[in-house]
Design a protein around this ligand. Structure first.
Ligand code: FRU
Length: 474
């Protein structure tokens, strides 16, 4: 019954939103965004039977963080996506307050989702419990839900976001948890069959081994092997801001180490930020059939001025990052847009000249690759300013809710920038992926323009990027 009510309301929300889409200058044309309502974390990213699948945290009923469903898109090439039927709805006792984040695995030819059932026990945020659940896909495409892990002893009700993978014939899960001293931890669990799980160890977290106080919750962990190392990505909440780092409301970063699967021990290096822009959170990775480690992140941060975003007027909020390929070089995680995105490149210009003399570029949907010698500044429609000088990058925008400037930094010498822009988002890849800065921005202009200034000589490649609408041929 609850399912039918939710679906009727969803249909209504989607119908209503059609009419406001036409004048919406902030809607991306080749990034994924929700047709209506609020989108947050990418979930269940997987390549299965030759198709990529991306599920996502979706509240179709309002632009707020209630009613979390799992929406679902699929794609053959990471560029052209199509809508799939909604995968999970919060309808059962064990997920009634939200089908929260999780992952997807291929269990011997069957697609299985692993997610958190959020259950509120009282009025306050702390008053909650969580079930870790699996949902096996049947012949009819439907996902059959089943809770497999209940409240864990020694932890509060903040336990969520299972990311599962297989290693040497066993299933492993990293899970975000909060211990009874309110320290954020990442747990490692093991299972022979996705149903019976044993807690093995705490692999990382606040006040664990060499890590000092570092937050009350490490959300959305992801662990994978890449270029000879085990990478643990997570999103710590409650980390104190410093002058030039940890400047977002919540952080997103990684530690590199070596996981000992028999003992559950994970000696690792210090935490590094994964992105240096204003909006990047809860990324999830998957291994593609061709061996690439791919990542998609949420271009949003919970509780960070979310509800001042002007897209609320158009009935939606937030979007995904572009799909990226990861590599590790010299102890640093590199990110670059996947090569498939080059498919979107159309009209092209190649220019060399001093920053002052270059023309302006229309950047509603555009890509630029810029090589520089010397200092320069980029201004996008007086809404976002990027300064490159001997300190590195300073990225500045005005707050949406006050008069302050919100400034982010990247502290190394810049030699090359690759910038992707899609109406209200900017993704900056520095020095072939060594650094990234991902931010939303909301220019007033119908057709935003990018201009250069400063003493540098620049070599610029510019492309208009085509739209990639979500359509399915009938
Ligand atoms: C991260 C997060 C997750 C949770 C989900 C709920 O943005 O808070 O920890 O599973 O969002 O939508």
């Amino acid at each position: 019954m609850k399912e039918i009510q939710l679906l009727k309301k969803t249909l209504h929300a989607v119908m209503n939103n059609y009419s406001v889409q036409e004048n919406d200058k902030y809607r991306p044309v080749w990034h994924l965004s929700p047709v209506a309502g609020l989108l947050n974390d990418p979930n269940g990213f997987i390549q299965f039977n030759g198709q990529y699948h991306l599920f996502y945290q979706w509240n179709p009923l309002a632009c707020d963080h209630s009613n979390k469903f799992w929406g679902h898109w699929s794609s053959a090439d990471l560029v052209h996506w199509q809508h799939e039927p909604v995968a999970l709805l919060p309808t059962e006792k064990f997920d009634i307050d939200g089908c929260f984040s999780g992952s997807a695995v291929n269990d011997d030819g069957q697609l299985v989702l692993v997610y958190t059932g959020n259950v509120m026990l009282g009025e306050t945020e702390a008053d909650r419990t969580a079930w870790q659940c699996i949902a096996r896909q049947g012949e009819d495409g439907e996902f059959k839900k089943q809770p497999v892990i209940g409240q864990l002893e020694g932890y509060t009700g903040h336990i969520r976001d299972p990311k599962v993978w297989k290693e040497n014939g066993l299933w492993y899960m990293v899970l975000a948890a909060q211990d009874l001293k309110k320290q954020g931890k990442v747990l490692l669990l093991e299972s022979p069959d996705l149903e019976n799980w044993t807690l093995k160890s705490e692999i990382a977290g606040s006040e664990l081994k060499d890590t000092g106080p570092f937050g009350y919750m490490w959300e959305c962990p992801d662990l994978f092997r890449l270029d000879g190392q085990d990478v643990l990505i997570s999103c710590p909440q409650g980390v104190t801001a410093e002058e030039r780092r940890y400047l977002n409301m919540y952080q997103c970063g990684y530690v590199l180490g070596q996981l000992d699967y028999s003992t559950g021990d994970y000696p690792h290096r210090p935490f590094l930020e994964l992105d240096h822009g204003h909006e990047f959170y809860a990324p999830q990775t998957t291994l593609a059939a061709d061996g690439r480690r791919l990542l998609i992140g949420w271009m949003g941060v919970p509780d960070q001025d979310e509800f001042s975003q002007p897209t609320l007027a158009y009935g939606w909020i937030h979007m995904m990052s572009c799909p990226r390929e990861l590599r590790i070089k010299e102890g640093v995680l590199y990110q670059l847009p996947v090569k498939e995105l080059e498919d979107l490149r159309s009209e092209h210009q190649h220019l060399i000249g001093s920053a002052e003399t270059l023309p302006t570029f229309e950047v509603s949907s555009a890509e630029l690759i810029i090589s520089n010698t010397g200092d320069f500044e980029i201004n996008i429609s007086n809404t976002l300013r990027l300064t490159c000088d001997s300190t590195g990058i300073t990225l500045t925008r005005k707050s949406l809710s006050s008069d302050v400037n919100e400034v982010r930094y990247w502290d190394q010498t810049v030699e090359k920038l690759q910038i992707l822009i899609d109406h209200s988002s900017v993704e900056i890849f520095v020095n072939d992926g060594l650094g990234t800065l991902t931010s939303r921005y909301f220019p007033q202009d119908e057709k935003p323009v990018l201009s250069f200034s400063g003493p540098a000589t620049l070599e610029v490649d510019y492309w208009v990027l085509k739209a990639a609408p979500l359509v399915k041929a009938c």
